[in-house]
Design a binder for this molecule. Sequence first.
Ligand code: HEC
Ligand code: HEC
Length: 452
Amino acid sequence: MTIAAQSALLATLACSFLYYGCSGDGSSSGSPDATQDGGASGSESGPGGSTSSGGSIVGDEPAAGGSTSSGGAPSDGGARSDGGFAGAQLLEGGAGGEAGDAGSNFDWHLPAGFPVPLVPDDNPMTRQKVSLGRYLFYDVRLSHNQTQSCSSCHQQALAFTDGRAHGVGSTGVVHPRGPMSLANVAYASTLTWANPLQTDLEHQALVPLFGDDPIELGLGSEDELVTRLEAVSVYSGLFAQAWPGDPSPVTVEHVVQALASFQRTLISGNSPFDRYQYGDPSAISKSAQRGYALFNSTDVGCFHCHVGFNLTDHVNWAGKAFLDRPYHNTGLYNIDGQGAYPAPNTGVEHVTHRPADMGRFKAPTLRNIAVTAPYMHDGSIATLDDALDHYSAGGRTITSGPDAGHGNLSPLKDPVVQPFTISAEQRADLIAFLQSLTDDDFLHDPKLSSPW
Ligand code: HEC
Ligand code: HEC
């Protein structure tokens, strides 16, 4: 790596750690200051056009395409019975499918309704980088004490989560938040639960590799990693194939580029629900079909935030007209009557220090949700049934202990999270729908498994 490139990498590494305490410089760097006040979020056109209201947009493309007013249903909310998938359907045979990166040898083979992911110009997809990234993702040499790899906390069978409420790093340190599913992470407009500055997979990977608060993989230096990888014969071939002509291709910059390329192939779009949506009316039960209608009803209102082909409003793709980075407070906590969440998990507020950002988190994809328990940023909801209790109450009530409070009374709660009443049968229908989002091909695809 050139000295300039290395110092750029280290500078972004520092920025990547913003979440972990270096807020001073980083928060003056732009993005957080662009957080929009007022609760109204922008809508957009394109696959699964987002109609969320009441969320904050953090970004430089505020509310273009028309803002929806907060405090009520989105303008087309009552009319749409098919959620965001209608938009996704328009893409069939269009951007989805066989499109490849210009200048690369990579074919996406995208599921129906999936747009082409956005890929940084300086890291085009190639089969060689994806292949190398897969080895790295599953390699315990990426942790200082050689006990953990990325896959320790991101396991394929659990849609790349690990079944824990909190990540546990290679030295036993407990992470304040839970590992997130990496399904369709190529489409995330920002990464992690609530960091508007964490925008690409290349830089995000530096955090688990080198971060020390909390320690995840706990590498001490770039040299430690490079020296270790250079000693492994399979890597000399893999790095050389990925960067032919580079006399010393084993660099940290290339490691994170390959990891990012592999992660962009973690695409999940072949659940029974997708088969139902794209041609097989019997692919999901009648109960799941009713659940889908409820999910998209204005009463239950899940679609406000879990919308579109990836069941989240926090998506980006190549050529997307407007960059949306909405974050929402769902009323999970309200420990002081003013909407406070327990530190350090105060959501976007932890980065921006703006009181209005308290408790605002990214709405995760609901794909494969049946296998990614426990739920929420801190794993504080054990089951899908409990998640429905939280939402049907219009925010969770905790009756005792330090986190006690009435989430439904939080002044910071997104106004679309309102109490609703459903029968036992309707509850079962909603859960059947959520279960129909499990993509067994993805959970067992040998191409995404350990190559070792
Ligand atoms: C110790 C457990 C652990 C290890 C090891 C780990 N992660 Fe994570 N990962 C997490 C946790 C916890 C989060 C949520 C972080 C947050 O919100 O601050 C996360 C979040 C992510 C995200 C964001 C996903 C999204 O949807 O926004 C990506 C990408 C990611 N990890 C990739 C990796 C890669 C690549 C590696 C290996 C270099 C890795 N992780 C190693 C626990 C882990
Ligand atoms: C106002 C936007 C919004 C609405 C409406 C909404 N959600 Fe969410 N959802 C979120 C956010 C934000 C999170 C993460 C919250 C956190 O971790 O504190 C989340 C998390 C979840 C999770 C846990 C995901 C995970 O990976 O841990 C489930 C399950 C879920 N929502 C289901 C639903 C269902 C079902 C509905 C309708 C009853 C719904 N949501 C309505 C924004 C929303």
